[in-house]
Design a protein. Structure first.
Length: 721
C-alpha cells in the first residue's frame, strides 16, 4: 500500500523548501538573550505550564500569525548575523552549536502555524499564508546565501577533516555543510545570482503546475442521472447527490475528478461507458492540450533543474538529489525498481487473465481495458476471498486500537501512557486528547502525546504525525511534544468509532512516526531530521504489530459482544493482503521509474508526451493499466521538489520494512522478542539521523536489507540466482 497521502514528520520544513530544514526543524534550541523580552503576541511567548512548557493552543488567534512570523524571522536573522560576524575564529561551539540554538522563537510560531494550516484552517488563515509564503522563502534564502556564515561553517568542516570531532558532532557538521553546499553556497557571485533566479522562476512554475491540476479537477465533473447509478453504494450515491446539488445540478449525481471519487466509481459502477469517461477525465488532468496543459511546464522545470545542478558541477538532478539519501545514487534506486518490475508486470498478466475469465463467465463481451481493471478486480476479490469489510470493522474500535498502540509501545519501548488530568494541558479543540509518556522502568518523563482523531471543516484530509517540540540535550533535556492526527468520523455520544482495516493500519503507521520522535536520543536538533527514503521505514514497520496475535486477542474484539475477532476472518484478511499487488506495484513503479528517468534524460529538446510513451514502451508497460500519476499530473515531482527523484522512496523503505519484519518473525519470541526490541530501539529508532541509515540498519540486522522479503510480502516469486 502506498503512503503517498501521508505527511512525513518534516512537513513543516518542506513547504519552505530545502533550506528551512535547517531552521524550522530545529525546534529545541536554547533560549537566547533576545527573547527574554515579554511579548504581548501569544504566539511568540515562551511556553509556560507543566512538562517543560506546553503551547498555548487555547489562546492562539489567526490575527497574531503575521506579526509573530515577521518578528520570529527578524529575531532569527539577528541571531544568524551575530554568528556570521563573530570576530573569533570559527569553532564547532561558536558556529555550529550556536546555529543549533538559534531560531527558537520562530520554531514556536511554526508549532501554531502548523495547527492553523493542517488542523484548523480557514479563509482568513489562507490569506495570511498566501502573503507570508514568499516572505518565508526570502527569509530562507537570506540564510542560505549568507556568505560570512557559510565561510565559518566551511572552516569548521575543513578543520574537522584534519581533526575529526566526536561522532555525533561530526555528523552535524557534515549535514550542515552538505546542506549549504548542495544549495549553492560555494558558487561565485554571478552563479549565485543565477541560482537564486532559477529558484524564483521554478517556484512560480510549481504554483502554476498545481493550479492547472486543480483547474482540471474542478472542471471535469461527470454528472449522472438516476438511471446511471447501478452498482454504486448508497453512501456514494448520497454524497454524489449532495455534490451535484452544491454545484447547481439538483436531481443529478456528481462524480468529481479526484481520486477519492474516481476510485470507488471505477470499482463499482456497472456502466462501462461512464467508467471510460471518468477514467479518461482523471488520467488526462494537465494533459488536455489547452491553456491548463502542464507538458510545456514540465519541460521547462526539467531544464531549469538541470541548469541549476550543473552550476554546482553535477551531471543531473537525480545525482545531486540522492547523494544524502539512503540510496546514495540513482543507480541504486533504479536497481531496486528494475529488480521488482518484471515480477510486477508478470503478476499483472495473471490478474488480467483472472479478470478476463470472470468477464467471460459473466457473458460480458469485452476485453479488459484500463477502465475495467478496478471493476473486475473487485469481482475476483469477492470470489477468491469473500472478505466483508463491514464485518471486519465491527472488531476495530478506535478506543481499543488506541489501547493497542499503548500496549505495543509498552512491550517494545517500555513506555507508559497516562491521560493528563483535564485542563492541565491546553488543546485547540475539545476533541484533542493528551497523554503523558513515561519510561515504565525508571518513571522518567519522556513527553506528551496529543491525539486529534476526528474530521472537521478546515482540517486537511488523511492522517499525519508531527512534533511541536523534539528531543535534544544540547542545553539540558528537552522533552518531546508529539502528535497524531486522523480523520475519523466523530460518533454520536456513547457510540464507538468503528474503523476499517486500512485505517487501523494507518493509525499504527502514524504512531510509528510518534514513537520515532519520542525515542530520539540525539543531542543536536539537526540530528532529529529525517532522510526521505528512510523515514517511512519506522512507521511502516510498526504497522506489522496490528496483526500480531497479542494485539488481536486483547484488542480486536466485537464492539457489542466483546468476542475476539474470529481466526477465519483474520486469515481472510491476511490472505487478501497480496491480492491485486500486480496492479498496485506496477502503477506505483511506473511512476517512480518515470520520475527517475525524466531527471536522468537530457532535457534540451525533451517532448514530454513522446518521452512518456517511449519510456513505457521500453518498459513493456501492460496496456491494461496506467501510471498511478501520469507525468502531466505528477504533483509529487512537479508542484515542488519534495518528491522529485524521490518517489522510489516508498519502495525503498518497504524493502527495509519487509526485511526487518522477517527478522522479528524468526526471533524466539517473534514480534515480542526482548532482544530484538532492544535492537529495534537502539539502532533503528533512537539514533534518528545521527548515524548513516545504511550503517544503522546493518547494526540492527547484521547485513544489508535484501529485497526477497518484499517479494514474498507482495506474493511475487523470489528469483534464485
Ligand atoms: Zn508516514
Amino acid at each position: 500500500m502506498m503512503k503517498v497521502y501521508k505527511y512525513s514528520m518534516l512537513w513543516k520544513c518542506l513547504f519552505l523548501g530545502v533550506f528551512l530544514v535547517l531552521i524550522s526543524c530545529n525546534q529545541n534550541k536554547k533560549e537566547v538573550q533576545t527573547e527574554k523580552e515579554n511579548y504581548s503576541n501569544i504566539l511568540l511567548q515562551e511556553w509556560a505550564g507543566p512538562y517543560g512548557g506546553v503551547p498555548a493552543f487555547d489562546k492562539m488567534k489567526v490575527e497574531d500569525v503575521k506579526e509573530a512570523l515577521e518578528k520570529g524571522m527578524e529575531l532569527s536573522l539577528t541571531e544568524i548575523d551575530v554568528i556570521a560576524n563573530n570576530k573569533e575564529a570559527a569553532t564547532f561551539e561558536n558556529t555550529i552549536v550556536a546555529m543549533e540554538r538559534s531560531g527558537k522563537v520562530l520554531d514556536r510560531v511554526f508549532a501554531y502555524y502548523g495547527i492553523f494550516s493542517s488542523n484548523e484552517s480557514s479563509p482568513e488563515f489562507r490569506e495570511v499564508q498566501k502573503e507570508m509564503a514568499p516572505k518565508l522563502s526570502e527569509y530562507s534564502s537570506k540564510i542560505s546565501q549568507n556568505e560570512a556564515l557559510f565561510q565559518r561553517i566551511k572552516s569548521v568542516y575543513e578543520a574537522s577533516k584534519e581533526n575529526p570531532l566526536e561522532a555525533d558532532q561530526q555528523r552535524v557538521v557534515d549535514l550542515v555543510y552538505k546542506r549549504f553546499e548542495m544549495n549553492g553556497a560555494e558558487l561565485d557571485a554571478a552563479k549565485k545570482e543565477r541560482y537564486a533566479a532559477i529558484n524564483k522562476e521554478l517556484s512560480g512554475i510549481y504554483t502554476t503546475f498545481s493550479n492547472n491540476i486543480l483547474h482540471d479537477e474542478e472542471n471535469y465533473i461527470t454528472y449522472l442521472n438516476k438511471d446511471q447509478l447501478s452498482g454504486l453504494s448508497d453512501g456514494y450515491v448520497k454524497s454524489a447527490a449532495k455534490i451535484a446539488t452544491d454545484n447547481g445540478h439538483e436531481g443529478e449525481y456528481a462524480v468529481t475528478n479526484t481520486r477519492s471519487s474516481m476510485d470507488p466509481f471505477l470499482t463499482y459502477s456497472n456502466e462501462r461507458k461512464l467508467r471510460k469517461k471518468v477514467w479518461t477525465n482523471y488520467y488526462s488532468r494537465g494533459d488536455n492540450n489547452d491553456e491548463f496543459d502542464n507538458k510545456e511546464l514540465i519541460a521547462k522545470i526539467l531544464k531549469l533543474r538541470r541548469e541549476r545542478v550543473e552550476l554546482l558541477g553535477y551531471k543531473n538532478y537525480a545525482e545531486w538529489r540522492l547523494q544524502d539519501r539512503m540510496a546514495k545514487n540513482p543507480e541504486n534506486a533504479m536497481a531496486l525498481m528494475n529488480a521488482v518490475w518484471p515480477a510486477s508486470i508478470a503478476r499483472v498478466a495473471e490478474e488480467v487473465a483472472d479478470m478476463q475469465a470472470v468477464a467471460d463467465a459473466n457473458g460480458d463481451k469485452i476485453k479488459i481495458e484500463p477502465w475495467d481493471y478496478r471493476y473486475y478486480a473487485e469481482k475476483v476479490r469477492k470470489k477468491k476471498y469473500d472478505l466483508n469489510s463491514e464485518e471486519v470493522k465491527q472488531y476495530l474500535q478506535l478506543d481499543k486500537l488506541t489501547q493497542a498502540l499503548f500496549f505495543t509501545a509498552g512491550e517494545l519501548f517500555h513506555y507508559d501512557f497516562k491521560p493528563v488530568p483535564d485542563g492541565t494541558v491546553p488543546v485547540f479543540k475539545e476533541d484533542v486528547k493528551v497523554w503523558e509518556v513515561t519510561d515504565k522502568d525508571s518513571g522518567e518523563h519522556i513527553g506528551l502525546w496529543y491525539l486529534d482523531p476526528y474530521a472537521r471543516i478546515g482540517k486537511r484530509s488523511g492522517a499525519w504525525a508531527t512534533t511541536y517540540r523534539s528531543h535534544s540535550t544540547i542545553d539540558g533535556k528537552e522533552t518531546v511534544l508529539g502528535s497524531n492526527n486522523s480523520n475519523f468520523v466523530k460518533p454520536a455520544p456513547g457510540e464507538p468509532v468503528l474503523v476499517s482495516w486500512d485505517d487501523a493500519t494507518t493509525f499504527f503507521h502514524e504512531f510509528g512516526h510518534a514513537l520515532h520522535f519520542f525515542s530520539s536520543n540525539v543531542k543536536y536538533p539537526t540530528l532529529n531530521g529525517g532522510v526521505r527514503d528512510y523515514t517511512e521505514f519506522q512507521s511502516q514497520l510498526l504497522e506489522r504489530w496490528l496483526s500480531t496475535d497479542e494485539v488481536i486477542n486483547k484488542f480486536l474484539v466485537h464492539y457489542k459482544t466483546g468476542e475476539v475477532i474470529p481466526k477465519e476472518l483474520v486469515e481472510k484478511i491476511k490472505k487478501a493482503s497480496t491480492f491485486n499487488q500486480g496492479f498496485g506495484t506496477t502503477e506505483y513503479l511506473a511512476s517512480a521509474i518515470m520520475d527517475m528517468k525524466l531527471h536522468l534524460a537530457d532535457p534540451t529538446n525533451i517532448d514530454i508526451d513522446s518521452f512518456e510513451k517511449a519510456t513505457l514502451t521500453e518498459l513493456h508497460m501492460p496496456k491494461e493499466l496506467v501510471m498511478r500519476h501520469r507525468t502531466p499530473q505528477f504533483g509529487h515531482v512537479f508542484s515542488g521538489e519534495g518528491y522529485a527523484t524521490a518517489y522510489y522512496g516508498y519502495m525503498w523503505a518497504d524493502v527495509l520494512t519487509a526485511d526487518a519484519s522477517e527478522a522479528f518473525a524468526a526471533a524466539p519470541d517473534g514480534f515480542y522478542d526482548d532482544a530484538m526490541a532492544e535492537k529495534l530501539v537502539k539502532y533503528l529508532f533512537a539514533p534518528r539521523n545521527s548515524v548513516d541509515p545504511a550503517e544503522a540498519y546493518r547494526q540492527f540486522r547484521g547485513r544489508d536489507a535484501k529485497i526477497d522479503a518484499l517479494m514474498r510480502d507482495r506474493g511475487f516469486p523470489v528469483s534464485v540466482e
